[in-house]
Design a protein around this ligand. Sequence first.
Ligand code: 3IO
Length: 340
Amino acid sequence: MKRNLAFVLVGIFSLAVVIGLWTPQAASAQAVKLKYANFPPAPTFPCVQMERWKTEVEKRTAGKVAVQTFPGGTLLDAKNMLDGVIAGTADIGCTSMAYQPGRFIVTNATALPLGIPSAKVGSRVLWDLYEKYKPQEFADVKVLAMFTTAPNNIMSKVAVKKLEDLKGLDLRASGGAAEVLSAWGANPVGMPMPETVEALQKGVVKGLFSSLEVMKDFKFAETCKHVTMTDTSIYPFTVIMNMKSWEALPADVKKVFDDLRVEQSEWTGVYMDNHVKEAMEWSKTTQQVAVVNLSPAEKAAWNAQLQPLTAKWITEAKTKGLAAEQIISDLQALIKKYSQ
Ligand code: 3IO
């Protein structure tokens, strides 16, 4: 009897060891693997938020999901992001909506000069706008996050102190930010952010109009020794997922992704706002970058030039059958709400 009991115990013990050894492997073999594509280099903010999302997802799903990240346009570049995600080249993708202004008319309204004061506020405003209008261009994808940059400022090789300094100046910008530059009399040159490095080196452009963390992350402070503070307009971003990949997820994983949507969007805004401060400290103290703050009178003149932009957007959006006036008044109310 005693010997039989010993056999049973050894048997149970062996089984436990075998299960113990095999279960983690079995679980990881079953883990859902997701490819996440991004267009700019790894140290820049869209990729920092991507790595943060990966870490949170892998933690919160306890290994049920493994996210493989592809920064630097290695899987999909900026302009192919939405189509590449719809086609399934990547399961998830992140892009700047300014690169396809005609495709993202509603969400790009956030880039109008409406006074978004920070990336944190911009990100909440953009998310709520998306939630209310659910624009048609997102019908074939699952939206996982929406965030904006901090307000745009001029980074240039030459000092820009008044409107006349901008006349005909070649500055890189896209979408709504490019419209703002045009209204000021500058010459916007459109290209995705990663291409700006070479364009600046070759002298194709004399500077750019975007959020200031790029002074450090792309080392633009090495060539652009001047910053003019305008705090006008932002760049809106979206993170989208292939619909079939989304639908194939277990319910508990879907819940983790859903619960992360607003949190991730706001996290990115806060990261951006803090990183802009850090990057400008670095630019001023180690790169001798000079900052121009416009006088109130000068700023009023700059703002006056931007008056027609929102009306122009409304006219164009109406021809597409959009509730253009309502979208603008919603945006103004949301900016007010989240700025408090
Ligand atoms: C941006 C795009 C890629 C990496 C860092 C960035 N910081 C601000 C932007 C905004 C943008 O899309 C652009 O083209 O200026």
